[in-house]
Write a protein that binds this ligand. Structure first.
Ligand SMILES: Nc1ncnc2c1ncn2[C@@H]1O[C@H](COP(=O)(O)OP(=O)(O)OP(=O)(O)O)[C@@H](O)[C@H]1O
Ligand SMILES: [Mg+2]
Length: 238
């Protein structure tokens, strides 16, 4: 199919895989995308964003919301933005291979080479001006596919990045020693251990640095949202 005939094709409903805003009926979910952007960019995008976790059941539209957010932030031009899936890490049994899933994902998302990551501390060198020219916004989708023994290592690295950036509060985001400006860990099951605890999230050491309370809530499509897609179809089909 050529590009033009693809565009001319009649819009359809899609119930699996990524929604294509040119081919499918969809709900803009503008407010949700705005919130995702606001978390990743932070109150002052020249300083730093938040590191958040987003857990919601399958098929809630998590990936879609972050694809939209990433697209919008990329269009600003002042960040390096990558959304990648950690799904392939599910079958990996060593730290090296698990880290390689991240390195390969970045390579694919940003279209250039990244160093081999052989140990957890190599992540520290990765998010520096040696490899990135602008502050970085990273979305790790299917983060809960990462093997149990390795999740804690990722979290503690990210946590230390966040604290280090916080101690460099006076510097602009791109001048900080660690360039990881905003981070979202997305999946179907909480991996920090405190998301499901009632009372005060943030009490376990793993959650320090992660703003568990801010974690984005992704609800099901509402009745008016579904209705809007049917009305859209009605208008187009007559
Ligand atoms: N904004 C939207 N408008 C219309 N349909 C949507 C929208 N977002 C998601 N969907 C529908 O929901 C399905 C799942 O979306 P998506 O893959 O983003 O969810 P997910 O929460 O990431 O799912 P999983 O947990 O399986 O990865 C899509 O295939 C599509 O049919
Ligand atoms: Mg998904």
């Amino acid at each position: 199919m050529t590009w033009s005939s693809r565009r001319a094709a009649r819009r359809r409903f899609s119930s699996y895989g990524p929604v294509d805003t040119e081919l499918h009926y969809y709900v803009p979910r503008q407010e949700l995308v705005d919130r995702a952007c606001a978390e990743l960019l932070g109150e002052d995008p020249t300083r730093g964003g938040h590191y958040i976790t987003v857990w919601a059941p399958r098929q809630r539209g998590k990936t879609w919301v972050f694809q939209q957010a990433v697209e919008r932030i990329r269009a600003r031009g002042d960040f390096e933005v990558a959304l990648l899936t950690m799904q392939p890490a599910e079958t990996e049994t060593t730290a090296e291979r698990t880290l390689d899933v991240l390195a390969r994902g970045l390579r694919y998302a940003l279209g250039r080479e990244f160093p081999e990551l052989a140990a957890w501390r190599d992540l520290e060198n990765l998010f520096t001006s040696a490899w990135f020219s602008r502050p970085v916004i990273l979305v790790l989708d299917e983060f809960d596919a990462v093997g149990e023994p390795f999740i804690g290592h990722f979290i503690s690295q990210f946590r230390s990045f966040y604290s280090r950036r916080a101690t460099e509060a006076k510097r602009e985001s791109g001048q900080k020693s660690c360039l990881l400006h905003g981070l979202a860990l997305v999946g179907v099951r909480g991996v920090l251990g405190a998301e499901h605890a009632r009372g005060s999230p943030g009490s376990t050491s793993l959650t320090t640095g992660f703003n568990v309370q801010r974690g984005l809530h992704i609800p099901n499509l509402t009745f008016p949202e579904v209705e809007s897609m049917l009305r859209w179809y009605e208008r187009e089909s007559g």
